[in-house]
Design a protein around this ligand. Sequence first.
Ligand code: DGT
Ligand code: CA
Ligand code: CA
Ligand code: ZN
Length: 572
Amino acid sequence: MAEVLVKIALLLELKGENPFKVRAYRQGAEVVLSMEEDVVELAKNDELKGIKGIGEALREKLGEMAKTGGLEFYEKLKQEFPETVFDLFEIQGLGPKKIKAMYDTLGVDSLETLKVACEEGQVAGLPGFGEKTQVKILEGMAANEKFADRFLYARIGNLVEGILETLRLHPEISQVAVAGSYRRAKETVGDLDFLVATKEGALVCEDFTTLPQVDAVIACGDTKASVRLKNGIYCDLRAVKNAEFPFALQYFSGSKEHNVALRSLALKAGWSLNEYGLNPVDEKTERPEVHEEKDIYRALGLQFIEPELRENRGEIEAAAENKLPRLVELMNLRGTFHNHTTESDGRDTLEGMVEEAMELGLQYLGISDHSKSSAYAGGLNEERLLKQVETIHALEKTLGGFRIFAGNEVDILMDGSLDFEDEILEQLDFVVASVHNFGKLDEAAMTERICRAMENEHVTMLGHVTGRLLLKRDAYAVDHAKIIDCAAATRTVIELNCSPMRMDMDWRWWKRARDKGVLCSINPDAHSRAQLHNIRQGVAQARKGWLRREDVLNTRSAKEIEAFLMMPKGER
Ligand code: DGT
Ligand code: CA
Ligand code: CA
Ligand code: ZN
């Protein structure tokens, strides 16, 4: 239902409808997504009245969708445009205004027609476009093609859990798991690899192909089925016998590089390891007892290696020496920093954000709205910021011990100076410093710019290190090693921004940071209540980066954080 509302908003925008109307649909979609109650059930029973953000027109439409499974208004609207226009909205840097202009004047209504129009130079000729915009659009399209076959880890959790739940209910299935890159919490996932233990492989494979999420069946046999789901992601299902399950789980969890290294270790011990078993290569060697995945690692003389670590980046050597880290867990988090409210570009109020954080079981929440240079995001000037600090302190008094840390996400300006003077910054509990406009800086200049910001006494942590948007926009070039060194020297925390498209700093750098004594803060960069929940996926990335509880700042209690923030930076 939310998706239909979003699509209506896009189409209305293309038609040049009243922006308020457009916003109502978009906001309605947000509300639907963030509601904890069963929206479909409520809509079916006409019980949506009084829910903030859903007006009468939307209420009726949600009701119709819930009751009939369709929406006449949307079907009619859709017919005015070809289905392919939706693809245009996926291109980075291309908003509804530009799409509408190209649609109206050039008849651009699909990726194909857009490409032709760009290549023929027609787009550059449109008023307000120009050569530069045309190049940007072509780059955006190329980026989309490059990333077209992968999905964001942090956006497919519900889908995967739903399928696992259904499989668990199947009477002929005794064990269920998801393997592959999803189990390893790779930041993007190519296809999904499900695994089940069953005696009835053919039946289970066939049933798998009839799941409601399935869009097309690619293959269906006795031990394997392949399908494409409605969101475009491909899924493999492998059906194995109970005794093979641990081996198959280990094998299909990968990574391939981890498996190759593990197999050569097994060979040295006289076994051949594959997806079916751990078999002696000659009669002299014994067959180890394996009931679960752990037993495979034990047989090879290894500690159990958590799936997130299985990338052949030293985990096998560490496991052999009993030196694997004890990885941080979601339940270790006591609070979280870097969150936005309606004061800048957040969609929920301060009160709403705090309420959600309390419901999540946290002890504290850091608020950091944008600073004045980020005008596009409604950044706060000095006056509004200081007023917000007062509001925060007043609200905090009513919360019975829950702490709100008053901060700001301060723009790092082009030369590495900050958007606020020190006498403003020192009135805040904490400061996240972030780059939001990239300029034409090369790697050295960007690195210097960021390092200069970290040298400021008031900068508690560095926000989204590379500005990457997974599957959309490449990182700006930075020298990670230098930034980590600078963070260590200045005692600046680095954030793990766990907004689904960011996951920035990347997991590949965290072990190095940790070893240099740099602290990580797992920050959702939440722009709504719902997005606070992204700390879950953030923890998965932190684990992938070998981080332990003690490496993560926001595993500390509110009291400890208070003390930490009071301390001069150099002594932290
Ligand atoms: P993806 O789907 O691109 O995000 O990445 P994965 O890791 O899920 O890769 P996928 O789906 O091709 O295969 C699942 C796992 O199966 C992979 O992680 C390791 C195992 N595997 C696949 N092909 C090979 C292979 O040629 N050799 C070995 N040792 N393992 C393989
Ligand atoms: Ca896969
Ligand atoms: Ca696969
Ligand atoms: Zn930001």
